[in-house]
Write a protein that binds this ligand. Structure first.
Ligand code: ADP
Length: 576
């Protein structure tokens, strides 16, 4: 209970804005509870008038009863409206906040956990948290309503009341056992569900590769086995409910029979009139509902606590580390930076960068070459502070990046990856995502510099053409050039360019080289080169091997001084 109150206090922060509606919602429910207590008493009176043939009073009470029920409907209508607004607003602010927290997580945390962990918590768990006020109100008022019926029965006959209290107590013990069992299974089920969601997400993202590898069958089989296992677990989990519902129904019928015996006995003993016995019997049918309501409330509270833990884990948990930035802000950087004795390994991996040192001056174009797995992309990731270094120091304009705020690092670096992500919106909107108030001239200028303008003009709707999700209807080279145009618009001083590994045709390659050439001298550019021919004109080339700089200089200098570089170059010449 203590845990529940703590969690409730937390969720309240997100619902505070709807305080007035919450109060109105509670008031509506209080009126509904009062009506539920009054209605059976009026009904009892109606039956008494009926048996005594007092028809005028009977008609009057029928009208009163109708009005009372109408009021209940009106209050219910408003209560539903308030409940939905409270849920909507709480859900929006909770989900937005959790989304922000997920984006603040360290990259390694995202690497290690599948996307399912975050998707499930961002969608299902936040929804459960947001519905806590409705859950509480709805079930508490159900319980209070049923208690109202108890009060009405107590007024009519004390023995019938005692009998029903005993029944409720027995049913309640049974219900508590069920909720404990069910919740334990639910916790396990949700963990598994996250895994399956991750897998489904991966299938969707990798659908093109799956098709090209013609591996639909093996993925379908794997999906089948995961989904089957998950659903068998769900089935087992629901079996607890099935068994319980059966026991409860059998017991309820037994208790009902007992109640009839008791009512007949009370009538025979002149302790009860027939009309009241009928009222008690009609309303006693609802008595197991109180246990059911308590059960759902307990389920809901446990569910709420479980979801809270899962959401708080991401927000505050030690396991889900957040990125840390310094407070120093650089308005505009020159673009100088330096790696000094940097060592780094990914979690559970071997050393990737080993005491790595090099310096890059502002407006220089430096290329990194080396075998695949040498650590080139990792250098980019560390420069953007996607991972913290294990030892050593990285500086931008002479300032340790650990002291810099997020904006000074990422706001001054643009990364053009091997396969840049292009969003499923128009070309224009893809560019506008970088710079909201972009003018038509700026956009066209950037695209011309990136050598993509002519291609865009051939598209059916020019700049308004929608490019498929991930830019699927653009070639690799076109995606990279569009990303270069985005880089022009971002106007950051440092551009990190990861050349596409897939072979591009000569024409495209030339266009990309031209686009990069347009950036040179005004920006500090780092290129990861997979083909040496494209970076021969760089100011400097660094040859990386096993996370160390093994050679440094111009193409000609390296051919003379660096054996590894020479071998790589000769291997490429042979391939041509
Ligand atoms: P390159 O760009 O030179 O091909 P990378 O920097 O991508 O090399 O990778 C260097 C090494 O780090 C490789 O052995 C790779 O398997 C490993 N690695 C890369 N990214 C990760 C990651 N997110 N988690 C664990 N290991 C990784």
């Amino acid at each position: 209970m203590k845990e529940f109150l703590k969690n409730l206090k937390f969720v309240w922060q997100f619902a505070k804005g709807e305080r007035a509606k919450l109060i109105k919602y509670i008031i509506c429910n209080i009126f509904m509870i009062i009506i539920s207590i009054v209605a059976p008493i009026i009904s009892a009176q109606i039956i008494i008038y009926l048996t005594d043939s007092l028809f005028t009073q009977l008609l009057f009470l029928a009208v009163v009863l109708c009005l009372v029920e109408w009021f209940r409907n009106i209050f219910n209508r408003f209560a539903m409206y308030y409940a939905q607004v409270i849920y909507r607003e709480t859900f929006i602010s909770l989900q937005t906040q959790l989304g922000k927290e997920i984006m603040r997580l360290e990259t390694s945390v995202i690497d290690q956990n599948g996307s399912g962990v975050f998707i499930q918590r961002l969608t299902n768990d936040t929804s459960r948290l947001a519905s806590v006020f409705n859950l509480l109100n709805q079930h508490l008022s159900n319980i209070l309503t049923d208690l109202g019926i108890f009060v009405a029965i107590l007024i009519i006959n004390v023995w019938a009341f005692i009998y029903l209290v005993v029944i409720v107590f027995i049913l309640f013990l049974l219900e508590r056992k069920r909720t404990n069992l069910y919740n334990e299974n639910d916790r396990k089920f949700r963990k598994k569900n996250e895994k399956v969601s991750s897998f489904v997400g991966e299938i969707i993202r990798g659908i093109r590769d799956i098709k090209m590898l013609h591996s639909e069958d093996s993925f379908s089989k794997e999906l089948y086995s995961q989904v089957k296992e998950l659903n068998l677990d769900r089935y087992e989990m629901n079996a607890v409910n099935r068994r319980y519902i059966f026991k409860r129904s059998m017991l309820r019928d037994l208790f009902d029979m007992g109640l009839i015996f008791l009512l007949v006995y009370l009538i025979l003993e002149d302790n009860l009139v027939v009309a009241n016995a009928l009222v008690i019997h009609n309303y006693a049918v609802r008595i197991p509902n109180i246990v059911w309501s308590v059960g759902i409330l307990l389920d809901g509270i446990k569910d709420f606590n479980l979801s809270s833990t899962r959401v708080f884990d991401i927000m505050y948990g030690k396991e889900y580390k957040k990125e840390k930035f310094g407070s120093k802000h650089l308005n505009k950087v020159n673009g100088d930076f330096q790696f000094s004795h940097v060592s780094f390994r990914y979690k559970d991996s071997d050393v990737v960068l080993d005491d790595l040192s090099f310096q890059v001056h502002a407006n220089e174009t430096v290329a990194f070459v080396g075998k695949s797995g040498a650590g080139k992309s990792t250098i980019f990731s560390l420069l953007c502070k996607l991972y913290p270094v294990d030892s050593g120091k990285i500086t931008i304009d002479g300032v340790d990046i650990n002291l810099l705020d997020q904006d000074s690092i990422r706001g001054n670096i643009t990364v053009i990856s091997q396969n840049p992500y292009i969003f499923h919106v128009s070309v224009r909107d893809n560019l506008r995502l970088m710079m909201e108030d972009i003018t038509e001239e700026e956009m066209i200028r950037a695209c011309k510099l990136a050598c993509i303008h002519d291609f865009i003009m051939t598209l059916p709707d020019g700049y308004d053409t929608i490019v498929g999700e991930g830019g699927v209807n653009l070639s690799g080279g076109q995606r990279q050039r569009l990303a270069i145009a985005r880089a022009f618009l971002q106007k950051t001083e440092i551009i990190l360019f990861d050349e596409a590994t897939s072979a591009l045709d000569n024409e495209t390659q030339k266009e990309i080289q031209k686009a990069i050439h347009n950036l040179q001298k005004d920006y500090t550019i780092l290129i990861i080169a997979h083909r040496l021919s494209t970076i021969i004109n760089s100011d400097r080339i660094l040859f990386i091997d096993k996370g160390k700089v093994m050679g440094e200089g111009t193409h000609k200098e390296l051919l003379k001084s660096c054996k590894g570089y020479k071998e790589l170059y000769e291997a490429e010449l042979k391939e041509r």
